[in-house]
Design a protein. Structure first.
Length: 459
């Protein structure tokens, strides 16, 4: 399931090792034997190739910390059947941890991970933008939609969907929502794009982070789900509608009924008949249900669901075919274990991921948080050290923020203050398109609080 919160960019301070610079690995080496010939982190090269071949450019925007991105790589983009589509596009993957990709993000701002673009290289305009997960079959339909928009000539609901896609890609949510709403109203009942159009509409409304739009999103989800075929798009739409309802203030008229009805839809999505979806998508549905129980102040319900969620994740991880596929579940396992009050339960899994994926900063970064939560501060600081050697770009700010919390817990306010000052200095060196203003404000607030605590009391 899509990552339904505005993802903050994170960071830390020590220099990267030679193996973790912003220089990408050769695309030929990275994707040898893969079904789709992706170019890594070189928009200029990919754009030139698309222009030369006269085909659209397909872009997978991802990040190493994004579990849904990694699930898509492990379960969908690796599917051998996609090789039949290799000549339809030029293929590009953009890792938003890398500062070299800031120019791409300036041109095509990213709010959710993963985001898939289909871009017209003739005008460098997005033909389609899709945020979140997809099955192989849904991905193939996205290919078809992108090609139709590239070639032009579509009419009716298909044309309105193409217009909504393009407007969403250009960052014009109000106009995109209008076009997508029209498409759903005009389309026949058996329209094959109905689920995708609803999913896109709800994400456009959600992405505004506006209370009125959030209520519209929740209401639209409840209104249109009954006429939408049961599929991953249906499940994602139910969860997006629920998350939108949680953005509406508690006392707003009708919000309790909206939340109850949409939570029931998410429960329905998890029941029979089974919807084809990856384990990460099911996990996302658990996450949204727990958010709803928390909003309802149902702590007992949160515990019951967290227990079920963690058992599910442990079962899925045990079935994973390799370390990369297993690590997809690490972040949600930490979340579930924390909600259950059994955070030590995930330590062996994170330690195994760190052993199996020695260039991945996520396992030691997560271990730092887990050890800090348990009061094992020396181990937390050591894990933070290991993460900082690996992490790069704006993501380093989050690793450093956790490090400050560890230092404060160790009652080392002087080092914590110095670390925050260095972090804020470092943040100023990063491309603006890759730095979250909210994260910087959070660090500034921590610094102010630390300085106030350290200052002598007035006489």
């Amino acid at each position: 399931m899509r990552y339904l919160a505005a993802c903050l960019l994170l960071s830390g301070l020590v220099a990267c090792t030679a193996a973790n610079t912003n220089t990408p690995v050769s695309a030929d080496a990275t994707h040898a034997g893969a079904p789709l010939p992706f170019i890594d982190d070189d928009y200029s090269r990919a754009l030139a190739e698309a222009k030369a071949k006269g085909v659209p450019l397909f872009v997978d925007v991802w990040a190493p910390w994004c579990h849904t991105c990694r699930s898509m790589k492990a379960n969908v983009l690796s599917d051998k059947s996609l090789a039949a589509h290799a000549d339809r596009f030029v293929w590009l993957q953009v890792n938003t941890d890398l500062t070299q990709n800031a120019a791409f993000q300036e041109k095509f701002p990213i709010e959710f991970w993963p985001t898939l673009f289909i871009i017209d290289p003739r005008a460098e305009k997005p033909l389609l933008r899709f945020a979140g997960s997809a099955t192989v079959d849904q991905l193939v339909k996205l290919f078809e939609d992108g090609e139709r928009a590239y070639k032009g000539g579509v009419t009716g609901a298909e044309a309105l969907l193409a217009r909504g896609d393009a407007l969403s890609g250009e960052g014009r949510p109000a106009e995109a929502a209008e076009a997508l709403t029209e498409a759903l109203a005009e389309a026949p009942a058996d329209w094959s794009r109905r689920g995708r159009a609803l999913e896109s509409l709800l994400m456009v409304l959600y992405s505004t982070f506006d209370e009125a739009k959030a209520k519209e999103c929740a209401t639209k989800a409840l209104e249109l789900l009954p006429s939408t075929p049961r599929s991953l798009s249906w499940a994602n739409s139910a969860a997006t509608g629920l998350m939108c309802s949680l953005m509406v203030p508690d006392g707003a008229e009708g919000v309790t009924a909206l939340r109850t009805a949409l939570e029931a839809k998410v429960v329905e999505a998890m029941g029979p008949p089974a919807i084809q979806m990856a384990g990460d998508d099911v996990s996302g549905l658990y996450d949204s249900r727990i958010a709803a129980r928390k909003a309802a102040k149902d702590e007992a319900g949160v515990k019951v669901l967290a227990q079920e969620w963690l058992a599910y994740l442990e079962g899925e991880a045990a079935k994973a075919p390799n370390a990369e596929a297993r690590a997809v579940f690490d972040s949600h396992r930490v979340s579930a274990a924390m909600k259950l009050g059994q955070v030590d339960r995930v330590i062996p899994a994170l330690q195994q991921s760190e052993k199996d994926l020695p260039k991945d900063y996520n396992p030691p970064a997560r271990l730092a948080s887990v050890f800090k939560n348990l009061g094992r501060l020396d181990e937390a600081l050591a894990a933070s050290d290991r993460a900082l050697v690996l992490v790069q770009g704006a993501r380093r700010l989050s690793v450093l923020s956790t490090r400050v919390d560890i230092l404060v817990a160790r009652k080392d306010s002087a080092t914590a203050t110095k670390t925050l000052e260095e972090a804020l200095t470092y943040a100023k060196t990063l491309p603006a398109a890759q730095v979250s203003a909210r994260q910087v404000k959070s660090l500034e607030k921590k610094l102010t609080e630390l300085q106030a605590t350290a200052a002598p009391s007035p006489k």
